[in-house]
Design a protein around this ligand. Structure first.
Ligand code: 5GP
Ligand code: ZN
Length: 129
């Protein structure tokens, strides 16, 4: 059986599921949006709080970022703690959250549009680690 197109590493912006979420042709539960970033709830949450932050521009993975993307990556990282608290993560140090970027097949990446997982809330979580 062939892989669904959105799972293929060679996904282009035209057939990318997260580009479709950016375009609004696939619905999502948005938690934040600006000119270059979008954040929305993960459809299959591993933790009480689980949302994704993505660049609106199609970048296949963290491994595809280039010189000039530093500000974009910095904005995502700066947004994560703010949205984590807004979305119900408990405060540091007893609470906190996890930021995770799966990159490539061995890195566990299934959707090939750069996305930053933000996970938090009371334990246990569905994921093992
Ligand atoms: P990855 O394994 O690529 O790091 O994670 C992809 C994440 O995207 C998974 O946690 C999965 O649940 C989520 N996801 C896949 N398709 C959709 C979708 O159509 N909508 C939303 N909101 N999340 C999705
Ligand atoms: Zn995309």
């Amino acid at each position: 059986m062939s892989e669904p197109q959105h799972l293929h590493p060679d996904t282009t912006a035209e057939d990318c599921i997260f580009c479709k979420i950016v375009a609004g042709t696939i619905p999502s539960h948005k938690v934040y949006e600006d000119e270059e970033l979008l954040a929305f709830h993960d459809i299959n949450p591993w933790a009480p709080v689980h949302f994704l932050i993505i660049p609106k521009r199609h970048i296949a993975s963290l491994g595809h970022t280039q010189a000039g993307d530093e500000a974009l990556l910095g904005r995502i990282m700066a947004l994560a703690p703010r949205l984590a608290l807004e979305q119900g993560c408990n405060p540091y140090p007893d609470g906190g959250f996890r930021v995770q970027i799966n990159t490539g097949t061995e890195g566990g990446q299934e959707v090939h549009h750069l996305h930053v997982h933000v996970l938090g809330g009371a334990r246990p979580w569905k994921m093992a680690v």
